[in-house]
Design a binder for this molecule. Sequence first.
Ligand code: ADP
Ligand code: MG
Length: 316
Amino acid sequence: MSEFEIIKRYFHWESRDPTVVVGNGDDGALVQVPAGFELAVAVDTSNSGVHFPSTTPAHAVGYKSLAVNISDMAAMGATARWFTLSLSLPEVDEAWLRDFSSGLKSLAESEHLSLIGGDTTRGPLSISVQILGLVPQGTRLLRLNAQVGDVVCVTGFLGDAAAGLALVQERLSLPEAEAQYCIKRLNYPSARTVVVDFLIQHAHACIDISDGLLSEAWHLARQSGVTIELDANSLPYSPALKLLPLEQRQAFALTGGDDYELLFTLPAEKIGLLDQYFSQIHLPVTILGLIKEAKPAVRVRGAENFQTSGYDHFKY
Ligand code: ADP
Ligand code: MG
């Protein structure tokens, strides 16, 4: 199969998106950015053996490559609209391409995203998705705007994906149903697009949790110039993680990567709005701590032995 046949068969989808003026097929794409919006752009690369175990099913690799980018958009208060795909393949494996394309497409369709182009090359398996989204002017949600007195909140449960990775790597065992749940959370993360409306109205600052809670809290603290104080006893655990010893689930929640939940800060007077909104969308939300003072730091009460470092590609 030639490069062009691969693109035509697996990555050239019928699009009825009127905002795509020129899609896949020319030297570049053209999209319409409506008046009153800003364009949000992010890119994330997934390398086999680094970002996902080489045994990960192709369908999950396709799904997750896009999901992690949608998560970045959500963390900016943006709605993802278009994406490009840069794919490096060691060989043409049609079964792999079919499943990868189907995983990618299923999420693109459910999130109403158009694939508008890309690049296809030979090399070690690597998937780079660039995503483009829209933010209504003036509603952007940044890391640097946390204010002293805000409460620090997180969506969903923490540590599931890290447990999923430990299960896949046979460093951990759990009963079958709980193990399947954690592996699903690792391979099929849910970008929290459902909370964007709430966040752009009420939150001060936001970041998505890709490299672990402590590491992301530190980015937020550093960029906002504030101290984040978290309470380890408030960490939200799924029923699966509750089966693990406390130390182990704390380690997964605080330092494990790949959860793709959103960490955000909210002015204290808005706490009352949390329950109503989140119960409506059936997503847990937890108040984890407070913004204490205008000095960059992260403290965790109840788990002082944990370092504030997440995953750093060049450190480990
Ligand atoms: P160029 O040589 O101009 O860079 P390419 O030969 O790389 O063009 O790609 C031809 C067309 O196919 C372009 O429109 C490009 O955006 C699209 N394309 C290439 N690879 C992919 C891919 N993996 N997914 C979607 N579109 C792709
Ligand atoms: Mg090219």
